[in-house]
Design a binder for this molecule. Structure first.
Ligand SMILES: Cc1ncc(COP(=O)(O)O)c(C=O)c1O
Length: 409
């Protein structure tokens, strides 16, 4: 006798609820880490693809292109070279593992270091994707306070001392030191050295996530933590923000004792075609592309800042970042941005609510993150004006443009 049942009856008890179905992109899209469509180098990609397929296409017949499972050798050599030039990192192609975006780097490093109940330290404001990953792994996530320059080393020292007194040795300190997500801060050199000293003295690893570091428009920015303390740092990066997020190309830089284990852990690799194309593209085009992209992003940030000042006046505060694709914005204390999500979405506006970017969600209830890379200048202006109308309606706040004193820096 056949039995009537639903496939969902058989799901394991930890199976997630179904995700919301994709219903198209909103009109004013300030969420996520999308890039600027006008800056995708489509012609140079096409040329690189033709060249790469003519010279190496037949190797697509083999898993890993018949090369090391670390990834395409030319791409790894390029990552090593650019990391030396832009981040002061001494590495060779053998110190680089190509990953499926830096997201896979996060998954692999988390999995290698963290078991349920282990303690990890995160910046109190941090990447939503890493906070949620670590929570899903059952980690005990401890928040280290940040200020306008990033991780507060004095507070971190207190945390490490207190944890040690309780017999707890954290696995790692996860940090985004250069163009922090969400705050946009850049950790100064003296704090970088102090952080490495602390990691060494407490025997704790530093997990450095640098996917925005090349998008800095101030030339004076410090080297990667990995460049200063490769003995205690594991470094991840990405081509998502400098080239295109849909490529799914990231990397981990570290010694073989770690890379070899990450390679053993991982179940799948980044697409070979992406690796071939970007390897062929990067040598000639990457540096000039990043320079053009940065100029375009900086101009969009200016448009966003002007629109916020015009539409919100003193009702918003923010620190203008020295690079990247986000602005971290504060509304008055009485506003809980979570109550704005639905009405804003109804008006076609989406943004990232601050609580999702905080280890303690309540601490960021009046904050939001705006990504300015994807919308056009016109969409930024219209979107912020529409958002101001929603905020005024929902909160009763009086928004004016004549007093601009609220800008912090
Ligand atoms: C800090 C940080 N790390 C990692 C990622 C993951 O990016 P991807 O997997 O596209 O490289 C993001 C994406 O926004 C991010 O902001």
């Amino acid at each position: 006798m056949s039995q009537t049942f639903a496939l969902t009856d058989l799901l394991n008890s930890d199976a997630p609820a179904a995700a919301a179905r994709f219903k198209g992109l909103p009109r004013y899209n300030f969420v996520g880490g999308h890039n600027d469509p006008d800056q995708i180098p489509t012609e140079a990609f096409a040329e690189a693809a033709a060249h790469a397929l003519a010279s190496e296409g037949k190797s697509l017949a083999l898993y890993n292109l018949g090369q090391s499972p670390l990834g395409h050798a030319g791409l790894r050599a390029f990552v090593a070279r650019k990391s030396a030039e832009t981040r002061g990192i001494k590495a060779t192609a053998d110190d680089v593992l190509i990953t499926i975006g830096s997201s896979q780097g996060l998954d692999l490093v988390n999995q290698l270091f963290v078991k349920p109940g282990d303690t990890v330290i995160l910046e109190a404001l941090s990447f939503h994707g890493e906070i949620s990953r670590l929570r899903a792994l059952g980690a005990n996530v401890v928040a280290a306070p940040v200020d306008e320059a990033g991780l507060r080393i004095d507070a971190l020292a207190d945390i490490l001392r207190d944890l040690k007194a309780q017999g707890i040795r954290p696995r790692f300190i996860y940090t985004i030191p250069t163009i922090q997500n969400p705050t946009g801060s850049v950790l100064p050199l003296d704090r970088r050295h102090a952080l490495i000293d602390l990691a060494r003295s407490y025997g704790v690893a530093i997990f450095e996530d640098e996917c925005y570091a090349e998008l800095t428009w101030n030339k004076e920015f410090p080297p990667a933590l990995y460049a200063l303390g490769p003995d205690v740092v594991i470094h991840i990066g990405s081509f998502s923000k400098t080239l295109a997020p849909a490529l799914r190309l990231g990397y981990v830089i570290g010694p073989w004792e770690l890379l070899g284990r990450l390679q053993a852990l991982r179940k799948d690799a980044s697409g070979a075609l992406e690796q071939l194309i970007v390897a062929a593209y990067a040598e000639k085009n990457y540096a000039s592309h990043v320079a053009t992209l940065k100029a375009a992003l900086k101009a969009k940030l200016e448009t966003l800042v002007e629109a916020l000042e015009r539409e919100f006046g003193t009702a918003v505060e923010f620190q203008r970042p020295d690079g990247g694709i986000f602005l971290w914005v504060k509304l008055p204390d009485q506003v809980d941005v979570r109550s704005l999500v639905a009405p804003a979405a109804k008006a076609g506006i989406v943004f990232n609510p601050g609580p999702e970017w905080a280890v303690d969600p309540e601490s960021a209830k009046s904050w939001l993150r705006l990504c300015f890379a994807l919308p056009s200048h016109g969409e930024i202006e219209e979107g912020i004006a529409a958002f101001a109308r929603v905020v005024a309606e929902e909160t009763g706040l009086k928004l004016h443009s004549d007093n601009r004193a609220a800008v912090v820096a």
